[in-house]
Write a protein that binds this ligand. Structure first.
Ligand SMILES: CCCCCC/C=C/CC(=O)SCCNC(=O)CCNC(=O)[C@H](O)C(C)(C)COP(=O)(O)OP(=O)(O)OC[C@H]1O[C@@H](n2cnc3c(N)ncnc32)[C@H](O)[C@@H]1OP(=O)(O)O
Length: 291
């Protein structure tokens, strides 16, 4: 699916325009950009993320370092988007591993404090930044691997699902999933679609209806993560796995992209139809209440 989005971003100007309306590159560009120096190995740091780029392998590692739990605040999301933009522009960077510098937590999802009691303008900017992060990861030309070295609820799970491959620490105390329902929030349709593309319809239905958080073993069973390793080995396994992915010529990825692009279009049409049906149904309920 991620590859489908990649292809569509590359080849379909109309769709790119449509998607970019969801995006907000403007606000990201306005902020300071962490520098990536063109040398064999470089490191760039913003307040909330650190990027180590090894030019000889073409692989960058993004360490999320926003204590205590890497919650996705507007500032954090903006830093991530800026770093991704810079890596994407550097054609020598072919792979990206995302991981956490915080103990026990990959990401706690959207920053609840950044959503509560804020102005409508702030909420709009915040929400656009969430969408931009999703678009940038899902539409990335790089191979992306999530090294999930801790719990990853809600938006944290979404972030990991936008990657091509997920490796999680095999610690039963950690959990991962879209638990929005348990918080009284309906997960947006594109959260749902991302999960459907990862684990299929039935598993997503169960997960969202019940707001399930899965242990690493359960997550592996339904395909929410691809591999479990000992806590100490999450990052090294991710970089080893990256080598295998990067050995596949990029052109083959593009050919799979065409199959997945078709699926993605079907999904989009279904979603639009379903929205229209919901509006009609809501209007009917409203009318029937008038009588
Ligand atoms: C504008 C449109 C809105 C539409 C929204 C639709 C989609 C929503 C998706 C979301 O992502 S909503 C966020 C959902 N997140 C969660 O449910 C996670 C809640 N947190 C946890 O489960 C746990 O904190 C943890 C991540 C498993 C870590 O547990 P641990 O025991 O290690 O730490 P804690 O003691 O619980 O927390 C430490 C510290 O961090 C604060 N915190 C935790 N999560 C968040 C968060 N999401 N946002 C902001 N702050 C968070 C927590 O309050 C503690 O703070 P304190 O000051 O030390 O008390």
């Amino acid at each position: 699916m991620k590859m489908a989005l990649r292809a569509c971003l590359r080849t379909k100007p109309g769709l790119t325009a449509l998607l970019s309306q969801l995006s907000c590159s403007g606000h990201a560009a306005a902020r300071r950009a962490p520098a990536l120096v063109a040398q064999r190995s470089s490191s760039s740091t913003s307040q909330k993320i650190k990027v180590d780029f090894d030019q000889s392998s073409g692989v960058a590692v993004m360490h999320m370092q926003s204590p205590p739990v890497n919650s996705l605040s507007l500032e954090f999301l903006t830093d991530v988007c800026i770093a991704l933009e810079k890596l994407e522009m550097d054609k020598s960077c072919r792979g990206l591993v995302v991981t956490s510098s915080q103990p026990k937590v990959f990401s706690a999802g959207l920053d609840i404090l950044d959503m509560y009691g804020k102005s409508p303008e702030h909420c709009a900017e915040f929400w656009k930044a969430v969408q931009e992060m999703w678009l940038k990861f899902y539409g990335s030309n790089m191979i992306t691997i999530a090294a999930v070295n801790g719990s990853s609820p809600a938006g944290g799970c979404l972030l990991s699902m936008t990657c091509d491959y997920r490796i999680m620490a095999d610690n039963p105390r950690y959990s991962i999933g879209l638990n929005e329902t348990k918080l009284g929030i309906v997960a947006p349709f594109w959260f749902k679609d991302t999960m459907v593309n990862t684990v299929g319809h039935r598993a997503t239905e169960m997960a969202l209806q019940l707001g399930l958080l899965y242990s690493p073993a359960e997550a592996l069973k339904i395909g929410l993560v691809d591999q479990l390793v000992h806590e100490d080995q999450v990052l090294t396994t991710a970089t080893e796995t990256m080598t295998k992915w990067l050995a596949i010529p990029g052109i083959l990825n593009i050919s799979y992209t065409c199959h997945f692009f078709h699926l993605w279009c079907c999904n989009l049409v279904c979603t639009i139809c379903s929205c229209v049906c919901q509006v009609i149904a809501a209007k009917k309920i409203h009318l029937s209440q008038d009588f």
